[in-house]
Design a protein around this ligand. Sequence first.
Ligand SMILES: *Cc1c(COP(=O)(O)O)cnc(C)c1O
Length: 219
Amino acid sequence: MDVLNKITKFVEEHHAQLVVVSKTYPSERLKEVYDQGIRIFGENKVQEILEKKEILPSDIQWHMIGHLQSNKVKQIVSFITLIHSVDSEKLLNEIQKQAKKIDRKVDVLLQMHIAMEETKFGLDENELKNILDNINSGKYSHVRIRGLMGMATFTEDENIVRNEFKTLKKIFDQTKLSLLHSSFDTLSMGMSGDYELAIEEGSNMVRIGSLIFGKRNYG
Ligand SMILES: *Cc1c(COP(=O)(O)O)cnc(C)c1O
């Protein structure tokens, strides 16, 4: 597990956090990484989180990093540690509703659309502004907005990726200033191919899968 040690060391030195992205890998692989000391795992499907959670140790912190449908929120609201992928006001409203029902305060990140690909999910700056107004008006009593998440364009061109990260960092800093009550401290950006760059540009949470586990088999 040389790679994992190298990543862990780099991430710690930069006061960032590592989310090990375990989607598509079997639970036995997660257990190996767990035994190396990893406790934060990121998944992108509700069903897969529920299945793995059944089998694996209970002190794992599960992060939802993929697109989340509103009708599935209630299945994870009671235990999820962080939802990275809040990409609509509708979803945020549903998280508030379900969290209130069980009187839990749920930590979330707002996912921003920073990439050139239209296919990627995320809010634009107008949508963000609307949500921030609602947050400041006290609408979300059972949600804690902890920060932002973004995914850069899938490209070899480092300049494009760097600029997108810079943009997200700027939005992050502005958002932090505009919030009245805030535990806004998390900037989730950077994956296997660009995590070092992301950290250089101000990320404090990286989401890394294939670099640790090897190539994903989507079957
Ligand atoms: C799959 C995924 C990752 C990790 O991707 P790798 O390239 O395997 O590190 C990170 N973030 C999100 C949102 C993902 O869906």
